[in-house]
Design a protein around this ligand. Structure first.
Ligand SMILES: *[C@@H]1O[C@H](CO)[C@@H](O)[C@H](O)[C@H]1NC(C)=O
Ligand SMILES: *[C@@H]1O[C@H](CO)[C@@H](O)[C@H](O)[C@H]1NC(C)=O
Length: 311
């Protein structure tokens, strides 16, 4: 590691800690979320509801006034790895972690392993990434009733969160909650353009200590100028040294080095064809790596084996 990398890692660590200190409200019940799913078990039986609206933490199986049995979880129609449940928050929020729970019933159904996708606009999805892998798998539940909490390495800004079950006991059935806090957009845009660290930041060394809950998302600590984040774009990720770099880099005019004034979205990074940048309200998630041997395609707006736009 050179000195620049070290100092940037420190900045990112500080940023993550700042964000971590904010709050861990229950976003799903406190923030007017709407929930939908890829499929729902037994839709033909009108006397039961296994729908995603049954996915809130501590939901119990109850027969309602009209005689419909409201189940104690969302249950997918198929047990397959392409299923998902999606929580859409009323407004973008800083999401710090997730709580999952199995189904309230005698049926011994729960999700043991899952992946998280998130989106600022509910159309373009990112996988919640670790430092050098594109997908991070979370360990879920081991029984039907105990809630299991997984905190993220760094918080993410998202309006939509998708949970994609990858392993389960008997059937895909789950209750889900999100931890974090609403974003004060005004405060983030004007006062602290670099409030949120990229999910690719170096892992923090110390676990966050319990901080007093703060009621708003307004950052009070002065933040470094946005140029310190821009500088990060010039520092190659250590793990990419082993990857064969393309002979020619991104073309000028087809890549970006700053998010200032740009619409939210993903863009080609000028650093290399195998990295892209996510802009969220002028905050920059710099140097997000494509999976190994893949390159950013700026037309498709995703990483692919061959890019039509770079070099
Ligand atoms: C779920 O129930 C447990 C046990 O009663 C309680 O401690 C916890 O706060 C509840 N969680 C939510 C999100 O309601
Ligand atoms: C991530 O990087 C670390 C350190 O370079 C390495 O030990 C680990 O194997 C890498 N993991 C993956 C999935 O590439």
């Amino acid at each position: 590691m050179n000195q620049l990398t070290v100092s940037i890692s420190l900045v990112m660590t500080v940023l993550c800690h700042n964000a971590l200190a904010i709050c861990d409200n229950d976003l799903v019940t406190s923030f007017l979320a709407s929930v939908k799913a890829s499929s729902t078990f037994d839709l033909t039986d009108k006397s039961t509801n296994y729908g995603p609206d049954r996915a809130f933490i501590n939901a119990t199986e109850v027969k309602d006034a009209s005689g419909i049995t409201q189940m104690g979880a969302w249950v997918a129609e198929k047990n397959a790895i392409n299923q998902w449940i999606q929580i859409e928050l009323q407004d973008p929020a800083l999401v710090r972690g997730i709580v999952t729970q199995g189904r309230d019933a005698q049926d011994q159904q729960w999700v043991t392993k899952y992946r998280i996708l998130y989106s600022e606009d509910c159309h373009t999805w990112h996988t919640l990434g670790a430092f050098n892998i594109t997908d991070k798998f979370f360990t879920g539940n081991t029984d039907a009733s105990s809630p299991v909490t997984n905190m993220f390495d760094c918080p993410i800004m998202a309006k939509c969160i998708r949970v994609n079950p990858l392993g389960w006991n008997k059937d895909i059935a789950m209750r889900v909650g999100l931890l974090g806090c609403p974003l004060n957009l005004q405060a983030v845009t004007t006062a602290a353009p670099t409030t949120v660290a990229p999910t690719t930041a170096a892992p923090t060394t110390a676990a966050p200590t319990t901080a007093a809950p703060v009621t708003t998302a307004t950052m009070t600590t002065p933040m470094p100028p946005v140029t310190s984040t821009v500088q990060m774009a010039t520092t190659p990720m250590p793990t990419q040294a082993a990857i064969t770099l393309p002979p020619v880099g991104p073309k000028k005019g087809q890549c970006i080095t700053s998010c200032l004034g740009r619409a939210n979205g993903d863009y080609q990074s000028c650093t290399g064809c195998d990295v892209y940048i996510t802009c969220v309200w002028s905050s920059m998630y710099a140097n997000r790596p494509c999976p190994k041997m893949q390159q950013w395609d700026d037309n498709l707006k995703r990483c692919d084996i061959k890019s039509t736009t770079c070099p």
